[in-house]
Design a protein around this ligand. Structure first.
Ligand code: HEM
Length: 214
């Protein structure tokens, strides 16, 4: 975030001179070390079991919780299987694991934090959510299965409304490979484009201009 809001630091060479570069390197070491440890542990497990659990046929079925009988490998196992076939390198796996761990962790914790905050502010809504959850729990003998979780429409609407008001991912950027024509007279010049999703959705007007001026 520090770097994002200081566009001059997008340039790696300038960033090297900033005090934050050292800090970033240190943090990345911890982060990558953690991910590498997880991958190494899982690889060791598969080595010790002779790769038996990298086989789709031997994968345990969890139809009880998911409600389907589809056999599948967990994400990390799938990538380890791909690396055994030389389809992925260790650093490819690490990048994917990093994305999943940090994408998944940050977004969900933000969404849940804001949902709880809003529920405390709206007691009537909180009561409705609680009644819905209690009713579904009762129907399922006190268990929350995956199927039961899919049957909580009011809670789902609350989560979606929270994410509309306080999006976990409020900026999405893309680097355009070529100029894009939006409507007849609006052209987006090939460069970074930013979608802002905080309570409204706009395409940043910076970097845009009318064709008449081109
Ligand atoms: C409230 C929850 C979540 C929200 C709002 C959310 C939002 C998003 C958004 C907007 C993107 C697209 C970013 C872009 O294209 O620049 C994205 C991508 C991604 N998300 Fe999530 N996400 C959530 C939860 C998760 C979870 C739980 C996981 C994994 C455990 C996950 C894994 C990913 C991955 C791997 C990508 C990159 C996909 C790709 O390479 O195109 N996300 N997410």
């Amino acid at each position: 975030m520090y770097r994002m809001f200081r566009p001059w630091y997008i340039n790696d060479r300038l960033f090297w001179f900033s005090s934050k570069y050292k800090q970033q390197t240190k943090c990345l070491k911890v982060l990558h070390g953690f991910t590498e440890k997880i991958i190494a542990e899982r690889k060791r497990y598969h080595e010790s079991t002779g790769g038996r659990y990298l086989n789709f046929e031997n994968e345990a079925e969890d139809n009880d919780t998911i409600g389907s009988r589809k056999k599948r490998l967990a994400m990390l196992d799938l990538m380890i299987a791909a690396s055994n076939n030389n389809q992925m390198s260790d650093s490819d796996i690490r990048e994917e694991v990093d994305t999943f761990m940090f994408e998944g962790h940050d977004t969900v914790s933000m969404a849940l934090t804001f949902t709880i905050l809003l529920l405390t502010e709206h007691k009537d809504v909180q009561d409705r959510v609680r009644n819905e959850v209690n009713a579904v729990m009762e129907e399922n003998g006190g268990k929350l299965t995956m199927t039961a979780l899919q049957n909580l429409p009011y809670l789902e609407r609350c989560l979606k409304e929270t994410m509309r008001l306080y999006p976990s991912v409020y900026l999405i950027t893309r680097k355009l490979a070529e100029n894009v024509m939006l409507r007849e007279q609006l052209i987006i010049i090939a460069y970074y484009i930013v979608f802002v999703s905080y309570r409204f959705c706009i395409i940043a007007k910076i970097l845009t201009r009318r064709t008449s001026q081109v």
